[in-house]
Design a protein. Structure first.
Length: 131
């Protein structure tokens, strides 16, 4: 009896550990998306206030360049939104991103790209710390 218990106990434990690992990875990725969306919201708000000041002729040309760059990011987000409505969105969005990188076009807004760069630097820093 005890032998069977130990034989079946280990696979259950392994499965539960893997499940916890995957849920924590998913939570981390969702937190990164949350921060990227919060940054996009902040930048879009600044863009709108710059456009508002531009109508009153109070915005500088540098501020307008930054606002126009953010407007392009908003358009990129809308482009990805089209793919989100399509069927099989979990497949089409990554394929569209990969094809965009292959062609040389960045279809992700800048805050998402910056988040990926930060994530890569954290990973490279961890690798450099390992003996």
């Amino acid at each position: 009896m005890k032998v069977w218990r130990y034989v079946f106990r280990a696979p259950r434990r392994v499965v539960s550990i893997k499940r916890r690992k995957h849920t924590t990875q998913l939570k981390r990725q969702l937190v990164l998306v949350k921060y990227a969306l919060a940054q996009e919201k902040k930048e879009t708000h600044e863009m709108l206030s710059t456009y508002k000041r531009y109508t009153r002729r109070q915005a500088s040309s540098e501020e307008m360049k930054i606002a126009n760059k953010q407007f392009l990011d908003v358009l990129k987000g809308l482009g990805i939104g089209v793919f989100a409505v399509l069927p099989f969105a979990p497949l089409t969005i990554p394929i569209a991103i990969k094809l965009g990188k292959w062609v040389g076009v960045d279809i992700l807004p800048s805050s998402f790209s910056e988040q990926q760069l930060r994530k890569q630097t954290v990973i490279s820093d961890k690798k450099s710390l390992d003996p």
